[in-house]
Design a protein around this ligand. Sequence first.
Ligand SMILES: Cc1ncc(COP(=O)(O)O)c(C=O)c1O
Length: 395
Amino acid sequence: MNYVRMPIEIESPEQLGYDRIRYNLTESSLTDARLHELWPSLGLDQALRELVLCYSDHRGHPDLRALIAQQSQAGQPSAATALSADDVLVTSGAALALFIVSTTLLERGDHLIVVRPNYATNIETPRAVGADISYLDLRFEDGWQLSVERLRQLLRPNTRLVSLTTPHNPTGTLLPLADLRRVLSLLEGHGAYLLVDETYREMAFAALPPVAATLSPRAISVSSMSKTFGLPGIRIGWLLCRDAALHERFLAAKEQIVITNSVVDEAIALRYLQHKAQHLPRIQQHIQQHLSIVHAWLAEPTTAELIECVEPQGGVVCFPRLRDPLRHDIAVDAFYRILNERYQTYVGPGHWFEQERRYMRIGFGWPSSDDLKTGLQNVTRALVDARGTALRHRS
Ligand SMILES: Cc1ncc(COP(=O)(O)O)c(C=O)c1O
């Protein structure tokens, strides 16, 4: 494995130091929860006090797996197959699930089709393995929509894995159910597996998208506690897969990497999911409220003159771009420097996602409403301040 650190991790707010960032629009999750807020409502005193600090079930706590399987049924279309606890492997965040899938299914030279832009790990781990990668590039001009026809053209007899993310990071767009079905039917007679990173599924703005693993035994779904619930610190995610033999190989990988999850993390996740219905309305309201702050910002004349954005359909990120840096005489590097240094505001620059730096990911779920408003204003202010820097740069 040829590991290379990714810019999104090197430049992440936790590595930079949260105290150095006043307005943090880099995050892709809801505001991080505090343990004391959850303690009484989840009954954690009782749940944690008596906990035996042993190795847990290697697949994950049986009650947690059963609950994840049961909750995966919500919003499923007809013809979906119900999942059971045996289809669930609990992992240390979605990150470990993605790592397990890539390293189990891919060896050096194996062919993979992966959507780009994407959550960086979905590209970087296959690269570290030495896979032969075809990129399914999404474009702003197409509303970041995936072309199933293009995917069909990229498919080869030896393709091992197709890797999609929906709701999408960094754009917040959704793969329509009809397209997901078309992708699955392409793969049915083929032999390749489909990985669907569904980490933002429960943050879709309209109908709850399906869990791909309920639609086909060739589909592997990945999700986690991190984003919707603002619990990245407990490092609990999972993968769902109905192919028992493949599941056994995923389990072997997990056992060789971490053996089990932390029993403390699993206990908190179990309690949280048991009380999920209490939390979801508040979370959905928060997302809608913050989305309308983003809409208002994008509609402001100065912002609208400088920035354009494809409407997100789920999650708490969007991926706007500076309309035309040269026409506005803005050097993109100067913009980021001013944004970070003068306004102490951070966004996710395009290079985190292998895109031009005039694209930026804006995370609108994590900051407080006031900080979001000010942070967004600061983006516009920094763009205005950076006017006059591009041509000077070139001469
Ligand atoms: C699409 C996607 N998948 C997976 C992850 C990893 O999340 P986790 O904290 O569950 O490991 C992220 C984190 O940003 C993500 O955006």
